[in-house]
Design a protein around this ligand. Structure first.
Ligand SMILES: *Cc1c(COP(=O)(O)O)cnc(C)c1O
Length: 401
């Protein structure tokens, strides 16, 4: 069986749910079996010297060596590139590996990076540690500054990194305005699109050059695999693929398979995450313990107007800010006793999660100010009434504390 090559312009004839079921599949290349097989491979054999030389000249287009990907990896990459509307995708061993490979692809010693202040916190650690040590300077910018980002762009600014909505605080960024300014200044626009997934925001239609997905979250959807993807325009593919390949942080074939399987049900899962998230957010908005609900679909969430303009929906991850300070013990009493909302990092799986967080520890461009603690919630696929009862009991414990 000849392995199918990724690449080519994505077919846009069908709707997104149809594309999620079709993307990256080629059953009749494999006995008619619906899903692509899991290929475990390191060594790939060449029948002749001539064949080895031919394949080595275009290693990204062939099954060549396990680290360059197997047909299972290619099927995942093809599916993600098609859904995202990009030229091609590069699979990585985690979302963070995708971020690291992308930044290292474009930045060299002496370069300047503009990083959104609401970025996922390991992304910040990468900038403040490894990249700083390599001579790359990072400036954090206000997620809400839009076209005013032009004032921060310097001749040595190579990358403008966006994450919209932002981690923990959910500010929605004006990506088209930022992209216009970045491109005028000769910088590449990178977007972490993990919250929206390709279903709710189309980065390439809004001026983004390189897209990152933490596939670990909604693509996998079942909290049982780590994977990332970098999706690029044609112009940037080679540079990104070459860097990711040399960093060597590749996903195993089983995880590619799980992510691909997750993609088939992403549209139905995401619709339910959105629906339950909104039910919970509306209920929380009416509670006197809650000062603010940080959910892009709410009119008072920073950037809501842009969310309405650019996004086609919301996922199930949002935060609340409590109305007054609480002691650590009081918060612990609320959170330790939750029955359905479990505490743990990550999100995007079928289960509901709850996590206390304090953005004031790392926000630098715009200091974080809030009357009380921030709590991040992920609305899972449970019955919304059960989740509300769980939260209500939690607030009772908080009041008692
Ligand atoms: C979790 C996350 C990542 C990193 O993904 P991993 O697969 O956990 O490395 C990147 N960006 C955002 C916004 C995330 O929430």
């Amino acid at each position: 069986m000849a392995p199918k090559r990724p690449g080519g312009p994505p077919p846009r004839r069908h709707g997104k749910a149809t594309r999620a079921t079709e993307a990256g599949r080629d059953p009749f290349a494999n006995f008619g079996i619906v899903n692509p097989p899991v290929y475990h491979a390191s060594t790939v054999l060449f029948p002749t010297v001539a064949e080895m030389e031919r394949i080595s000249r275009a290693p990204f287009d062939h099954v060549y060596y396990g680290r360059q990907g197997t047909p299972t990896t290619f099927a995942f990459e093809k599916a993600v590139a098609e859904l995202e509307g990009g030229h091609r995708a590069v699979a990585t061993g985690s979302g963070l590996a995708a971020i690291a490979a992308t930044l290292m692809a474009f930045l060299r010693a002496g370069d300047h990076l503009l990083m959104v202040d609401s970025a996922y916190s390991p992304t910040r650690k990468l900038c403040d540690g490894l990249l700083l040590g390599f001579g790359v300077e990072t400036t954090y910018y206000d997620p809400l500054m839009g076209a005013k980002i032009a004032t921060l762009i310097r001749p040595d600014t190579r990358v403008v990194f966006c994450e919209s909505p932002g981690s923990l605080t959910f500010e929605v960024q004006d990506i088209p305005a930022i992209a216009r300014m970045a491109h005028a200044g000769g910088a590449v626009v990178v977007l972490d699109n993990s919250w929206a997934t390709p279903l709710l925001f189309e980065p390439f239609a809004h001026g983004v050059d390189v897209v990152i997905e933490a596939g670990t979250k909604y693509l996998v959807g079942h909290s049982d695999a780590m994977i990332g993807a970098i999706i690029t325009t044609e112009e940037h593919y080679r540079r990104v693929k070459t860097t990711a390949a040399i960093l060597g942080a590749v996903p195993g074939p089983d995880d590619c398979y799980l992510a691909l399987r997750g993609i088939r049900t992403l549209p139905v899962r995401l619709a339910r995450h959105q629906e339950t998230g909104l039910i919970l957010a509306r209920w929380l908005k009416r509670r006197r313990e809650v000062a603010r609900v940080l959910h892009p679909a709410f009119a008072d969430c920073p950037g809501h107007r842009i969310w309405k303009r650019d996004f086609s929906g919301a996922s199930g991850l949002f935060s609340i800010v409590l109305a007054k300070p609480y002691t650590k013990d009081a918060l612990a009493r609320m959170l330790d006793g939750m029955e359905l909302f479990k505490m743990g990092y990550s999100w995007g799986g079928y289960e509901s999660l709850i996590l206390p967080a304090d953005p004031s520890h790392f926000r630098t461009a715009v200091p974080w100010e809030a009357p009380g603690p921030l709590i991040r919630l992920h609305a899972g696929l449970e019955d919304p009434d059960d989740l509300i009862a769980d939260l209500e009991a939690g607030f009772r414990r908080l009041a008692r504390a």
